[in-house]
Design a protein around this ligand. Sequence first.
Ligand code: ACM
Length: 677
Amino acid sequence: MRLTTLLVSGVTLMAASFGPAAYAQPGGRQAALMPLPAAMTTGTGQLLVDGGFTVALAGPADPHLEVAAHILIQRLGAKTGQFLAGAPVAGVKATLTLTVTGVSATVPAPREDESYTLKVTPTGASITAATSIGINRGIATFAQLVANGPQGWAVPVVTIHDQPRFPWRGLLLDVSRHFMPVATVERTIDLMQAVKLNVLHWHLADNQGFRVESKVFPKLHQLGSDGDFYTQDQVRAVIRYAADRGIRVVPEFDMPGHTTAWLVGYPELASQPGPFAIERHWGVFDPALDPTREETYQFLDRLVGEMTSLFPDPYFHIGGDEVNGEQWKATPAVQAYMTAHGLKDTAALQALFTTRVQAIVAAHGKHAIGWDEIMDGDMPKDVAVQSWRDAESLKKAALAGHAGILSAPYYLDLNWPAGRHYAADPMPDNLPAGLESLILGGEACAWSERLSPENLDIRLWPRAAVVAEKLWSPRAMTGDGAAMYARLDAVARDLASAGSRHESAGAAMLARVAGPAGVDALLPLAQAVQPLQDYRRSALRPDAVQSTPLNRLVDAVPAESGQARAFGLAVEHFLANPKDVQARAAVWRPLMVWAQGDTLLGPHVAATPLLAELAGPSAKLARLADAGMAAAEALHTGKPMVDRAGREKAVADAADAGAELEFAILPAVARLVKVAP
Ligand code: ACM
């Protein structure tokens, strides 16, 4: 392990490459921290976490603190499989003491003190913080530190002083394209807490659904949601649930585009007459609110008034993205208005709209936040920008004096590998000194065109933890992707014990796809593939709609195949040591499994609907794996590879896997074939 010394916040940290945050008890399982704490010193020994584990509270009474203690007890019980005493004990010495100096507010504010100190000795542990919010961050660390070894479950002796790099560490959850029930939202909040994310950005309304009850304009949810919406009582319950975990809830009402679902009940808000129906397709659509009529702003004033009363956070997201202006161009009254007001294009018209809506939001006591495009408006300095197109817009916003958050490189629904998200830093390059504090942080985004309550966790976890680390940990600690990957498996297991269904949902979905063939027959293919990245699935299937089932292999497999990643590393090692028998075996073993998968799956493909599309991919995988084996053999023996043309064709054919998949093992196999004698 490489040793580095990092000076963070004045505290010297001796850090092995993944050492400070990855512990294995002798002979035991590795525990891993993500996000990495800002400063940590390790000692010798450990504190056992057995059935006698207790938690005590100290400092002023705070219901949020009691919930935090319960969360930790529940999480430790789930992780260790032990029955732990249900309630925090008072007045007696406990295994872990949670101490606060102050009481947290009903809901967290944007720049809370989230710092904490965690001390573990062989006889007891303590977490101290200003309020329950820092305690929440500390218990997340404590739960991750618990690992199993010969003496049972334990945490290592350690002292941690920790605080976040950025105050805004969000997760956008799109509940419009596919509705996510309250239980799913609350599970997501649990998992956010586990990795110290602190803002749930609730994308509540879009073309495909208006998902929150409006008592002022009830046709919004009644006609715009297919019955899938949150009542205001449910919204309040979710906000309370999040607050107990130190998490803010920022609602988004995207406008003036992305509003088709609003227009079903209130077509008069659009510049074209309608009627409108809930949009079932994915993409950018023409309907938009009419920015030229006073009635639009009267409506928005009442709606924003209602929703700003429901959502206590000081920020209110007004969207503003992807307005194509087509409806405005097609409406003579709008064109006349633009001419009369000297507006040269629809972007200028949208800027005028944004300026008006921002004033409405401000009149209701909130700061507006919106996507890049709101910068076209005449925005007061308190308006914040969320970058979705690129990091440049964040820099531009900061230069104009606006706070901002980065999302462009953190779209989890695009199926990028974790390392690609991890490589993106929220701080724009060459930002003039003094503007850093305007970069509030960032948000991972879960747009739900191809996410359902069933597969949501497969797309979010563990990759959202990687973004969480980028936003929490000191920059100097987040530069090494290999070190991140070394922790990721342990982090994923920990998330599963905190409630994530990324593994269990994947297993259940694969079982359904496999049908009578059985999961074992499908696993070789499932582990060799990944979903297509970026928007390539949309391009291949423009006919996909809201009701298209998300039950295929492509919906069930993780964005990044762990087996393919391990195979890639094995190939690298083998290429450096081609004569080494073990290095050859590490490459050969998985290739053999992949080469034989088709013989298991093949007989069932014709009669099993969800397997039908996999006949081609399965056959291509067999040929690709065969080619890899032939190449590995040639490299190992030094004898020429048999049938080079056929092997190269197998590699070329595998470039298009089919079924909206790509072969995750292709780059490594292609490399073997290329360099084989
Ligand atoms: C966006 O992705 N249109 C915000």
